[in-house]
Design a protein around this ligand. Structure first.
Ligand code: MN
Length: 199
């Protein structure tokens, strides 16, 4: 998705809608994937429609070159393009609990142990960070420009593309990501998501 160009289209969900139950139920997945994700795609296409020169750029190029975006379209492109980018990573970053990919592989685990002390300590730090997002946003975990592991919160549909941050996992902490199923209990959503986050 990040290397695609206008017109953007929603890719197929890489698992069944109910595949992440009980941690994310089918109804929540339908709303999130079919409605919210779709709206960002529509918004991005609408924002790019009047600009043939931008239609040749990949999503990654659009998000990393905000200086060259027309000022009157910049906010719409970054908000919707960020929404497309974040959601495409997020849905691909989840997999059914029965799959054997919810623990970092050896090289990453070693780096996590070095940086945080243990995987458990890392998970606590990430969860705490995600719980601290005020309003809407995302919690990222990945490698910064220097190759160091970092946990970073971004507001709204911001991304870390321009900072050359390489995401490993990210969690949507907008209320729309959990409210339908978890109501106000963001901590339960975050605790449960470790069962389905794909490393
Ligand atoms: Mn979302």
């Amino acid at each position: 998705m990040i290397y695609e160009t206008y017109p953007f289209a929603k890719p197929p969900l890489p698992y069944e809608y109910e595949a992440l139950e009980p941690y994310i139920d089918a109804q929540a997945m339908h709303y999130h994937y079919d409605k919210h994700f779709e709206n960002y795609i529509k918004g991005l296409n609408a924002a790019l429609k009047p600009y043939p020169q931008l239609q040749k750029m990949t999503l990654l190029e659009l998000l990393s070159n905000s200086r060259i975006l027309p000022p009157e379209a910049r906010t719409a492109i970054l908000n919707n393009g960020g929404g497309v980018y974040n959601h495409s990573l997020y849905f691909n970053n989840l997999s059914p609990a029965s799959e054997n990919n919810h623990i970092p592989k050896e090289a990453l685990m070693k780096q996590i142990n070095q940086s945080f002390g243990s995987f458990e300590v890392f998970k606590e730090a990430f969860s705490k960070k995600a719980l601290s997002v005020f309003g809407s946003g995302w919690t990222y975990f990945g490698k910064n420009l220097y190759g160091d592991l970092e946990i970073i919160n971004v507001p709204n549909q911001n991304t870390l593309v321009a900072q050359n941050f390489q995401p490993i996992i990210l969690v949507d902490v907008w209320e729309h990501a959990y409210y339908l199923q978890y109501k106000n209990l963001r901590a339960d959503y975050i605790n449960n998501i470790w069962n389905i986050l794909k490393f």
